[in-house]
Design a protein around this ligand. Structure first.
Ligand code: SF4
Length: 415
């Protein structure tokens, strides 16, 4: 899996197309590897190897593949007694273990919710066109439309006159829609210009798969619409961003911008409450709604700003009027077993000094029993209490609670 990044990466295309100067600014800040990016890299490598194994054996992997592989791995401790692709998979298991991740849970997740659907699509494509191809971790050249642009698509399937691109997102933060998604359009463009060049293409399909959210989102387009978009929108925005031109435009896309904590345009937008507008001393509901939207940005910008300033202060930078101190510390028992023994020896009843036994979380129990076992053994005890009311933006996919009076009534019960 490639690790170098383009200045104008497809994954950040929404950002640099909307806020062109962000690309050059971000390029000045070294991107940091976090626990999440390491986890994502290992999950992608695992998914890539699993898809290659499917291709090698020309079919889906057996249902209990992960259990069987775990037994084989434990028997050899991943020490070179397996076929090359299986050895590669063992390396990813090692990498996950080194990062204190559960490799078997990761493998089962990417296999069942990413590799299987992609490979099923490939098998269906072969059913329609025996010459269908599946390309795994396909390198894409985008420099014709994006200066120095390149990227890679996790999977590309081409059959008949259709080209499908797939993007695996291992994070479990927010569901990402493929609808009109510029990153996916870039991947489709790269695949059209690369392996797709040899085909007479008409339909384009773009799919995002988020295994841990069990979320699959697909958008469809045509060959000509992708090229038209690339010529009329992508290329002009990319050239402007490459030159460092254009205006700073803060918005939703600032969320993963590396320079967000220090960005003046975002700071100005986030702290703008429009409080002086209108002729009333108190804010109207419309003004409150506007301020609530800004409040989301303000909160996330402030969190990023505080984290950035602390990190830099720990590196030795100074911020006038601030100093680094030790945070509040909570007393702890250094040896729980010894403390319990001492209390027992002193004649105390266990119930008086131990907390009552508590079941692990539902996710932990699902890990222990696997989804099917969990359902069989504990399904009858699972309830889902009504959630607390929350005021969210109209665009939120959850349905609105019925009416003001019933929402207040239901909330009373929850309280
Ligand atoms: S934080 Fe937002 S406004 Fe500022 S450079 Fe990044 S994308 Fe542009």
């Amino acid at each position: 899996m490639p690790t170098t990044h383009a200045i104008l990466a497809p994954s950040a295309s929404k950002r640099w197309m909307t806020c062109p100067p962000s690309a050059r600014l971000e390029a000045q800040v070294p991107s940091k590897e976090t626990a999440y990016t390491k986890e994502g890299t290992i999950a992608h490598s695992m998914a890539e190897t699993l898809l290659r194994i499917c291709l090698e054996q020309k079919g889906q992997l057996v249902e209990d593949f992960v259990d069987k592989f775990q037994i084989a791995y434990n028997a050899t401790q991943g020490t070179g007694k397996m076929a090359p692709l299986y050895q590669e998979l063992a390396t990813h298991v090692h990498q996950a273990q080194d990062e204190q991740l559960d490799p078997w849970e990761m493998m089962a997740t990417v296999l069942n919710y990413y590799c299987r659907p992609v490979f099923d699509d490939y098998l269906a494509a072969i059913g329609e066109d025996p010459d269908a191809i599946l390309l795994v971790e396909q390198q894409l050249k985008l420099s014709e439309y994006i200066p120095e642009g390149f990227g890679s698509s996790d999977a590309v399937i081409i059959w008949g006159s259709t080209l499908a691109v797939y993007d695996l997102k291992y994070g479990k933060g927010v569901k990402v829609s493929a609808k009109n998604n510029t990153q996916m359009k870039c991947y489709a463009l790269g695949a059209i210009l690369g392996p797709g060049e040899l085909y007479d293409l008409a339909q384009i399909r773009m799919t995002i798969i988020q295994p841990r959210l069990q979320w699959i989102s697909t958008d469809e387009s045509t060959y000509w619409d992708i090229l038209k978009w690339a010529t009329e929108e992508l290329r002009p925005a990319a050239v402007l961003a490459y030159q460092g031109g254009g205006d700073f435009v803060p918005g939703e896309h600032c969320r993963f911008c590396n320079v967000a904590p220090r960005c003046k345009a975002l700071a100005a937008k986030a702290s703008q409450l429009n409080a002086s507008r209108g002729d009333t001393a108190l804010m109207t509901n419309e003004e409150i709604a506007e301020a609530l939207i800004n409040a989301q940005q303000l909160k996330s910008w402030l969190t990023g700003l505080e984290a950035y300033a602390l990190e830099k202060a720990l590196e030795g930078q100074t911020f006038p009027g601030f100093k680094v101190v030790e945070g509040r510390s909570v007393r702890q028992i250094s040896d729980q077993a010894a403390a319990m023994q001492t209390l027992e020896d002193a004649g105390f009843d266990e119930a008086s000094y131990c907390k009552p036994k508590e079941l692990k979380t539902i996710s932990d129990l699902e890990k222990l029993l696997k989804k099917k076992g969990f359902q069989e053994l504990l399904g009858q005890y699972v309830i889902k209490p009504q959630g607390k009311p929350a005021l969210v933006e109209e665009s939120d996919p959850r349905p609105a609670m019925n009416s003001a009076s019933s929402a207040a009534e239901e909330f009373k019960d929850i309280q």
